[in-house]
Ligand binder design. Structure first.
Ligand code: 1PR
Length: 581
């Protein structure tokens, strides 16, 4: 396997020291040609002239999603290799990735900061994305103060989590357009996808630049626009049809702007509906989407075959079209099969990322591994390969349990666990911990040294309490740690989100385990995704009304086409829950 970074020269130096709070991932191989995934939708035009976009990818993270979206819209990409390439660009996209200070270091040391300032002063077409917006401001408090490009007055500050605000701000939030701009044509009130911990507040000094704001704790700047210079805090490449149309407005500008509405609805972070695909090889060796009952994915008939519910890329693409806010792939045999040997899974990811323009999460098998030839791979290398293949987030299961156990025993963060290493390099927003707990009823809270809940439905012997025992290896092995303890520990170790499954509820269609989801979502300040047990639209409103879950994930009801994603969303709207429609 190649080292994770293909950056060259000065760019490579910086990549090694980056932490990545904004977007995620490391730099993919440079190529202006798309990989073929059997789709006719990916046309790339000549890499010069009107149909070419210049991309400033300074080697700090995964901008594969931006590349995929640009290509999907029919444009070719030319990469910036030198400051002169910036000045020569017809239109420049700058998807800033990484920490503010590290990004400025590389821009300054390569001469690109001056070239960017000059390009912007000349009012040339520019689109900054995420950190690409923040860097335009005077300075940032991220590991700082650190000076920025100084194009726009203002200081980039961290969201204030002291009042319980969940940070990072991850998910879909609605734009409130404040300025007539062609870039945001049709986007007023639409939800777009944000992943960031830092933001800039509107002020008198920067007011003329602001084209939209968004609410999260405070009203922060979600986009700026001045002449041909545009930048957005959100990720258009991951914001579904709305995001693609914003990108298209930049690539093929239209003359009329968007009309500034007179009365605007206040936005808030939408609850997410996630479609999950458990993927593994069936007995014929085909990679299929499967689905278990309480984690048993084999048919109850005499054949005992692995259930086959469809092809991974086809289903993921369909769920994107149907309105899923995110798509998750779980490589459920990753704990025993080394995922980098599982090349079909990586190909699934590559192909899905060319068709799915909402965040993609991939889990399964993220751990250190030694292959048959004695070659060792670190979990960071495994994660890097997933990111390079198109993942926006990775999810760690078993290995996070071992890391949490060690941390709770010693109280020491070694920095060596897969969780710590990956979140340090890619940012915690890129690291999900998937928990696979099983309910264990007890008579009294004192029976176990783990956090218990008073259960809504008593146990088989009238027990009033339960704790939730964590498992590893796809539910096969129990561990001496509860879901509550694990959640708190992995938050400390750098997890950005928790995917909270429940083996008892998996595939049962009786609703999420509200007791479990409430216990965990009340215990942590990172987003919790409720998973396992969805059987009807009411189960989604119930979990959002009774717990602090930020998202709800389902598998079986979507695969079997029992409940369309749109029906879930419409039900949530009627129940007064903010969602992206
Ligand atoms: O331990 O890092 O290799 O990760 C393995 C990953 O694979 C973990 O995230 C683990 O949850 C998952 N996994 C392992 N075995 C199974 C299995 O089903 N036999 N799937 C499995 C977990 C649970 C959810 C499921 C929901 C919703 N599947 O992903 O999609 O329960 O289902 P429902 O809506 O039909 O009820 P590692």
């Amino acid at each position: 396997m190649q080292p994770p970074l293909q950056a060259q020269g000065a760019m490579a130096i910086v990549a090694a020291i980056l932490t990545v709070p904004c977007s995620a991932g490391r730099r993919p191989k440079r190529s202006s040609q798309p990989r073929g995934c059997g789709s006719g939708s990916l046309s790339v035009r000549a890499s010069s002239g009107a149909n070419t976009v210049t991309l400033l990818d300074y080697g700090a993270g995964n901008v594969r999603s931006v590349r995929n979206a640009i290509r999907h819209l029919g444009f070719g990409i030319r990469d910036v290799e030198s400051p002169e390439d910036i000045l020569a660009a017809e239109r420049l996209v700058f998807p800033g990735v990484g920490a503010f200070g590290s990004a400025m270091d590389v821009l300054n040391s390569t001469g690109m900061a001056d070239a960017l300032r000059e390009y912007i002063q000349r009012d040339r077409p520019f689109l900054g994305i995420c950190l690409g917006l923040q860097l335009l401001f005077d300075s940032s408090e991220e590991n700082g103060p650190v000076s920025g490009l100084g194009v726009i007055p203002g200081v980039v500050r961290r969201f204030d989590s002291s009042n319980g605000l969940i940070v990072p701000h991850i998910g879909w939030n609605a734009l409130q357009i404040t300025k007539d701009t062609p870039l945001l044509h049709g986007a007023d009130g639409q939800h777009v996808y944000f992943v960031h911990s830092y933001h800039v507040l509107p002020s008198d000094a920067n007011r003329d630049w602001i084209s939209s704001i968004c609410n999260y704790g405070d009203s922060f700047i979600s986009s700026i626009s001045m002449g041909n210079v545009q930048a957005v805090q959100f990720h258009p490449e991951k914001s579904g049809a709305t995001g693609l149309s914003i990108l298209k407005n930049f690539l093929s500008p239209i003359s009329s702007g968007t009309k500034v509405p007179t009365r605007r609805k206040t936005s808030k972070l939408a609850k997410r509906v996630i479609a999950c695909l458990d993927v593994r090889s069936n007995d014929k060796g085909d990679l299929v989407v499967t689905k278990g009952d309480q984690y048993n994915v084999r048919d109850h008939t005499s054949s005992k075959e692995v259930r086959n519910l469809g092809k991974p890329v086809d289903l993921a693409s369909q769920y994107y079209i149907d309105g899923a806010d995110e798509v998750s792939f779980l490589n459920i045999t990753g704990f025993r099969d080394f995922p980098l040997g599982d090349l079909p899974m990586l190909e699934v990811l590559r192909c899905a990322s060319e068709k799915v323009f909402v965040p993609l999460t991939v889990g399964g098998g993220i751990r250190d591994f030694t292959d048959a030839n004695g070659r060792s791979y670190s979990s960071l290398e495994v994660a890097s390969e997933y990111f390079r293949s198109g993942a926006d987030k990775i999810s760690i299961g078993s290995d996070a349990v071992y890391a949490a156990e060690a941390f709770l025993q010693t109280g020491v963060k070694t920095g060596k666990s897969s969780l710590e290493q990956i979140s340090r390099v890619y940012g915690n927003q890129a690291v999900v911990v998937s928990i696979d707990p099983r309910r264990v009823y007890v008579k009294s809270q004192e029976d176990v040294p783990f956090k218990t809940v008073k259960v809504s439905t008593k146990g088989p012997s009238g027990e009033e309490y339960a704790w939730y025992q964590c498992t590893v290896n796809g539910g096969r092995d129990n561990r001496p740690i509860g879901a509550y303890e694990l959640a708190k520990a992995v938050e400390e170790l750098g997890a950005g989100e928790i995917l909270l499954n429940c083996i008892d509820c998996d595939g049962q269609g009786c609703g999420f385990d509200i007791d479990l989801v409430k216990m965990v979502s009340d215990a942590v300040t990172i987003p919790v995704i409720a998973s396992s047990g969805a059987g009807a639209v009411q189960h989604f409103s119930e979990v959002f009304e009774k717990t602090n879950a930020s998202a709800a994930l389902a598998a079986g009801i979507f695969h079997r086409k029992e409940v369309p994603i749109l029906a879930v969303k419409e039900h949530l709207v009627n129940a007064g829950v903010e969602v992206r429609l």
